[in-house]
Design a protein around this ligand. Structure first.
Ligand SMILES: O=C(O)CCC(=O)C(=O)O
Ligand SMILES: [Fe+2]
Length: 390
């Protein structure tokens, strides 16, 4: 019976260990490790990573199997709420800043390298911000604290936002509400720095790094078009808020800098991509991101299905319909760049992960139609003490 007791005690211990491992989900211990790298014996790893991350909300709205920290909520607001929000944005006394590819209102204060220099958020945003803070299951979307910063972006057809990351000033979660017209948000792997390429070896360009047949086609088709670095430089030169174009190639700054030091008006980090897109397979493996394999069929010749203008594959894209909410966090926030093409029609290629929801077939062209307004809602992790407020 002593042996039996020992066996029982041992079994209890093992159960406790297994339970703890399940609760804490080994995959979540390192946000860079994803479900596909997880030992299969932990069921929470298959498609989930993390305690909160495994909540019902995230399970319900996860949309792209290749990018498990990307979430999409169709019809997050009803048409009346959309109309009311659009009225408020248009009536707002806040100053619009004209950038090269969009107009921008910055609400909640100025994002500085040392944190947020806070300013009051307009009262019309309160119900939306309260609702957003409560999404995502226990603890809410922003780590138990309310969002404190909102960008209002306005895009006319033909306008967009170049590949960028939102940067380390923010708690790594963003929720974007789309109003008025659709657009496609595209995710690609963050480029490796020139330094990393030199010291770790490998290819310094996506084009050279994945010279499969499809990529050769991409090169041929797009050889006359500027790739991202050139786009970035052109945009920077055109931008009224950017005092000087940044030389390319250039490392993404480790933190957003004040404008005078080359930072952006919107507090975000904009790497000069300059075609320095990391070898696709290496990028995907390093970030634990699964491959999205394009089907090279029936596409118009000016587009290469699921690739950016440098020939790099997108990890995922999302059709952002009016009234929808997109949320991305963790690796989608820190390991990827996101962008909206400067087009008046969106080519819905196979990388667009949510076409099914709308009964749209890949290969469809979707006119952007009219002005799109987006509300980018985030929390700046550090808020400057009031004594330093201007
Ligand atoms: O308009 C969007 O959907 C994207 C906006 C964005 O990426 C940003 O404000 O940082
Ligand atoms: Fe962004």
């Amino acid at each position: 019976s002593t042996e039996l007791n020992l066996i029982r005690a041992f079994t209890r211990e093992v159960n406790v260990v297994v339970r703890i491992a399940q609760l804490y989900d080994v995959c979540s211990l390192n946000s860079v490790t994803f479900s596909n790298n997880c030992p299969t014996k932990f069921p929470m790893c298959s498609g989930d990573s993390g305690l909160t991350f495994g909540s019902e909300w995230y399970r319900k709205y996860r949309v792209a199997p290749h990018l498990p920290s990307l979430f999409y909520v169709q019809d997050y607001v009803v048409p009346e709420q959309e109309a009311a929000l659009l009225r408020e944005v248009r009536a707002s006394k806040s100053k619009w800043v004209q950038l090269s590819g969009r107009r921008l209102q910055n609400l909640g204060g100025v994002v500085h390298s040392k944190g947020l220099i806070p300013a009051p958020l307009p009262s019309w945003l309160e119900p939306l911000l309260t609702r957003l803070a409560g999404e995502g299951g226990e603890g809410g979307l922003y780590g138990g604290k309310p969002p404190n910063h909102v960008l209002v972006n306005s895009y006319l057809p033909g306008e967009g936002i170049m590949p960028h990351e939102d940067g380390p000033a923010y708690h790594p979660v963003v929720a974007i509400l789309s109003l008025g017209a659709p657009a496609v948000l595209r995710f690609r792997k963050k480029p490796r720095s020139a330094e990393a390429v030199a010291t770790e070896g490998g290819s310094d360009s996506c084009l050279a790094g994945s010279l499969d047949e499809a990529n050769r086609q991409a090169l041929e088709i797009e050889s006359n078009q500027p790739h991202d670095g050139q786009h970035l430089q052109q945009n920077q030169q055109q931008s009224r808020v950017q005092s000087q174009p940044l030389p390319a190639p250039q490392l993404p700054p480790s933190k957003p800098l004040p404008q005078s030091q080359g930072g952006r008006e919107d507090g975000q980090t904009q790497p000069a991509v300059s075609g320095r897109c990391e070898s696709y397979s290496a990028a995907v493996a390093e970030a634990g991101l699964a491959a999205w394999e394009p089907e090279v069929t029936g596409r118009p010749t000016e587009h290469v299905s699921g690739r950016d203008s440098g020939g790099c594959r997108y990890i995922a894209s999302l059709l952002l319909q009016p009234r929808s909410l997109v949320v991305f966090r963790d690796e989608a926030f820190t390991h990827c760049l996101h962008s909206i093409d400067e087009v008046s029609e969106e080519w819905l290629d196979e990388s667009v992960a949510n076409l099914d929801m709308y009964g749209i077939l890949p290969g469809t062209m979707l006119p952007r139609g009219s002005e799109r307004i987006s509300l980018t809602v985030r929390r700046v992790a550090r808020v400057m003490p009031s004594i330093l407020r201007r």
